[in-house]
Design a binder for this molecule. Sequence first.
Ligand code: GUN
Length: 281
Amino acid sequence: MAEIIDGKQISAQIKEELKQEVAELSAQGRECCLAVIQVGNDPASTVYVGNKKKACAYIGITSQAYELPEETTEEELLSLIEKLNQDKTVHGILCQLPLPVHINEDRVIAAISPKKDVDGFHPQNVGALVIGQKGFVSCTPAGIIQLLKRSRIEISGKHCVIIGRSNIVGKPMALLMLRENATVTVCHSRTEGLADICKSADILIVAIGKPRYIGAEYIKEGAVVIDVGIHRDENNKLCGDVKYEEAASAASFITPVPGGVGPMTIAMLMHNCVEAMKLYS
Ligand code: GUN
């Protein structure tokens, strides 16, 4: 039976470390501030944004909330971002995605100063990750690296299979695992022979976006299984992309849903905010 990787506990530990650091900086008169922008009122986004604000309050980071109506134009949003870019008291800018369809997400992401891009979505930060330079890294994959390292799981030399190629998770995850000297395979919806490829993974990272899709036939005995998915099943119960019970009986380590990867995303966002202040203010 697999050992559970407790993301709640590991994220709490990271938040404690940050809280202490923020208190020390605050004693020197340095206050950290994150601007959080939400356009429209997508219910899931409202929950995520609320959790981000709560985490800021817990750690001692000031959060500024910008709740803009659905009809906000791209121009209005860009001009708010420009104002926040110029504001020396703001260290991080987060624009919650998805944006309403009339707003071009790429343009919005590119408008955020790379020095305040605590999501790590700006092309400059993505490029820096590709060529091994410093920059902000997307929070979910950065959180997964922390889960592995703090659970003392060896990455170097291991075969890591990632299912999913999104800009937010799959691609940066592949680059981070390469940086840790893993041998990396990226799979996606068109991959042929997916189960066989997954079955060769020492570390399997699943971001396929389909509830309880990955069962025992995808998992090598003793593999580490990281489940990025989060869904509500027909009984309104939270579940991941992985069939948890089946996977847990084959794996050596596994992340649960909820309480695995999810809490790490916010912890790493907080980490990036503190870094932004330390580096650029
Ligand atoms: N929407 C879903 N996940 C994220 C995230 O990590 N950052 C932002 N800005 N929007 C999201």
